[in-house]
Ligand binder design. Structure first.
Ligand code: AP5
Length: 213
């Protein structure tokens, strides 16, 4: 199964991707996670990316397209993949199309998760992520049993640098301008499946599953 998860920041792409990984045993490829790992490492690419990420702007297309090209070469992608947060511009979508055509890989679906702006702000200002295993929590909607500690591995929970309200609003503006046009793009390609992203996490997963089966 080869999937793309599309949607505004905080729509639940990462949350749903992790559940799809468990169900279908295919890797989640999150450009956001890969970029944050590069920032943490302090690699030249990470340092360059950080300047954009801290302002809520998109990292240049050539950087992220290069990341995806390398990642899709790995063996674990042979059985399928879930692209989470890529593509985000028409140029990225076109590059992906060329890349997949060269590899003779077909996309099965593009799941577009829709959530309104105020819900996004509520979700992202309360998001906490485990430094160790990447598990995700929300201080109100899905809190850990012990504050600041991951239920799964005992790791420390942290708040992302770009989850401040001002940066979230900048990310939403960029989403509308540069990423939302992909909804029409994938509709034209006959791949788009729209999912209402509000409600319980499990309920949304059931909606996605019923589309995929
Ligand atoms: P990235 O990491 O991809 O961030 P994003 O797309 O803004 O998405 P988020 O991770 O914020 O949200 P999500 O939809 O995954 O929601 P989540 O499941 O976490 O990108 C970060 C930055 O990297 C970008 O701004 C850009 O600079 C750069 N970048 C990345 N990819 C790029 C690309 N392709 N091109 C250029 N630049 C790129 O959920 C959020 C919260 O809500 C959590 O706390 C969760 O527990 C909670 N939640 C989830 N579902 C529900 C629910 N149903 N009800 C209540 N709470 C819920």
């Amino acid at each position: 199964m080869n999937l793309i998860l599309l949607g505004p920041p905080g729509s639940g792409k990462g949350t749903q991707a992790k559940m799809l990984v468990e169900k279908y045993d295919i890797p989640q490829i999150s450009t956001g996670d890969i970029l944050r790992a590069a920032v943490k490492e302090g690699s030249p690419m990470g340092l360059k990316a950080k300047e954009y990420m801290d302002k809520g702007k998109l990292v240049p297309d050539d950087v992220v397209i290069g990341i995806i090209e390398e990642r899709l070469k790995k063996d674990d992608c042979k059985k399928g993949f879930i692209l989470d947060g890529f593509p985000r511009t028409l140029a990225q979508a076109e590059a992906l199309k060329r890349l997949l055509a060269k590899k003779e890989i077909k996309l099965d679906a593009v799941i577009s998760i829709d959530v309104d702006e105020e819900e996004v702000i509520r979700r992202l200002t309360g998001r906490r992520t485990c430094k160790n295993c990447g598990a995700m929590y929300h201080i109100i909607f899905s809190p850990p049993k012990k504050e600041g500690i991951c239920d799964k591995c005992g790791g420390e929970l942290y708040q992302r640098d770009d989850d401040k309200e001002e940066t979230i609003r900048a990310r939403l503006k960029i989403y509308k301008e540069q990423t939302a046009p992909l909804i029409e793009y994938y509709k034209m390609e006959g791949l788009l499946k729209e999912v209402q992203g509000t409600g319980e996490i499990k309920e949304i997963f059931n909606r996605i599953e019923s589309i995929l089966s």
